[in-house]
Design a protein around this ligand. Structure first.
Ligand code: NAD
Ligand code: DAU
Length: 351
């Protein structure tokens, strides 16, 4: 079996769902269930004996050690993190605690477990750390895309904390021989994305008749990847990645934020036109820029493509259409997130 941390969040939940759709190998999900952890993301696995959810913190070394000893996973995939840049600007403390201290404690618990495994299991074991392109900093318009040897130059408390966690993972490999793999991915979008992030925020605000906030001039560039393509890349790296290596993950889909806003508005005009017949783009509102806002991210994913033969299945056009349609088809998920009702389960289960 495998242990997935942060598996009730956006990418982690997509990963667990996809994993169990293509494997029968069981999954233990360890998730603290912060505001970003939503058990409804895993609702379709209710009653599925291949999946177990445990509420807990990656920083709780005793709990992690106990889970590892009890379930004997062959791999740990670490998605658990504080992930929202704007929140990291308002309150960096949780980011330091989970992304740095939490990763340290997780690594130590995993090292203790791994070092006691019999030789064959020890050799087969993997720790895969899921990270971000934001650790590389910001590009100008004409810079080449980030490669795995680009400088690490994080600019926000979030990206600095992720860069620190990447360094810890690397050091645990070089110093202790822990069999690690690291992936650095570009911006994801797709089902179960929490509507604090740009694309889901645009969809839910459009439908609610609220403003569509565009930071600064809207010309910042992000490189977008459909979440299920990120999940397939992680599965491939886990299967065949070289130990201690870093793999960039991206779909060669650079877009300016304002173009994303117009694309989402146009799709909604087609799929769910406004009752008054006006276009959704009328809701666009330019707002104060994010402090220290990175101008451009772009991922060079050639190492993953050539070494491991990975390719994304979706183009931006197919992925964004599926995403908008998913939000239209799942109004209960949206309303529970908006009302906070998705947290009731946590209260009920863990009171
Ligand atoms: P998310 O915020 O949606 O989910 C994070 C999950 O981690 C939540 O379920 C939360 O409850 C859990 N969590 C937080 N602190 C925890 C702790 N101390 N112990 C256990 N669980 C904890 O984030 P996401 O967008 O799904 O991102 C997942 C990972 O992928 C993160 O490491 C992030 O840095 C990375 N990443 C995200 C993107 C993106 O575009 N969203 C891109 C590249 C990399
Ligand atoms: O690049 C990978 C990263 O992508 C991940 O590591 C992060 O976890 C993830 O949150 C994401 O970070 P961003 O800051 O790029 O994503 P966000 O959706 O917050 O913002 C995308 C862009 O849109 C960014 O340039 C800021 C802008 N934006 C965002 C919001 C929420 C707006 O213009 N208006 C908004 O209301």
């Amino acid at each position: 079996m495998i242990l997935v941390t942060g598996g009730a969040g956006f990418i982690g939940a997509n990963f667990v769902l996809d994993w169990l759709a293509v494997h029968d190998e069981p999954v233990i999900t360890l998730d603290k269930l912060t505001y970003a952890g939503n058990v409804e993301n895993l609702q379709t696995l209710q009653g599925d004996t291949r999946h177990t959810l445990v509420q807990g913190d990656i920083g709780d070394r005793d709990l992690v050690a106990k889970l590892l000893a009890q379930h004997q996973p062959r791999a740990v995939i670490n998605f658990a993190a504080e992930s929202h840049v704007d929140r990291s600007i308002h309150g960096p403390g949780d980011f330091i605690q989970t992304n740095i201290v939490g990763t340290f404690n997780l690594l130590e618990a995993v090292r203790g477990y791994w070092s006691g495994l019999p030789a064959e299991q020890k050799e087969a074991f993997r720790f895969l750390h899921v990270s971000t392109d934001e650790v590389y900093g910001s590009l100008t318009k004409d810079d080449p895309a980030f490669t795995e040897s680009s400088h690490i130059e994080p600019n926000s408390p979030y990206s600095a904390s992720k860069a620190a966690s990447d360094h810890l993972v690397r050091a645990w490999h070089h110093t202790y021989g822990l069999p690690v793999l690291t992936t650095n991915c570009s911006n994801n979008y797709g089902p179960y994305h929490f509507p604090e992030k740009l694309i889901p925020l645009l969809i839910v605000n459009s439908l609610a008749g609220k403003p569509l906030p565009v930071y600064g001039d809207g010309q910042q560039i992000r490189d977008w990847l459909y979440v299920k393509d990120h999940c397939s890349a992680i599965r491939r790296v886990l299967e065949a990645g070289r130990l201690g290596e870093v793999y960039n993950v991206g779909g060669w889909n650079e877009k300016a934020n304002i173009d994303i806003v117009h694309t989402v508005c146009a799709l909604l005009d087609e799929l769910r036109p406004r009752a008054d017949g006006q276009p959704y783009k009328n809701q666009i509102t330019y707002v104060t820029d994010r402090p220290g806002h990175d101008r451009r991210y772009a991922i060079d994913a050639r190492k993953l493509e050539s070494e491991l033969g990975w390719k994304p299945a979706e183009t931006f056009e197919t992925g964004i259409r599926k995403t908008v349609q998913w939000y239209l088809d799942n109004p209960d998920w949206v309303s529970h997130v908006q009302s906070g009702a998705y947290r009731d389960w946590v209260q009920k289960q863990y009171a």
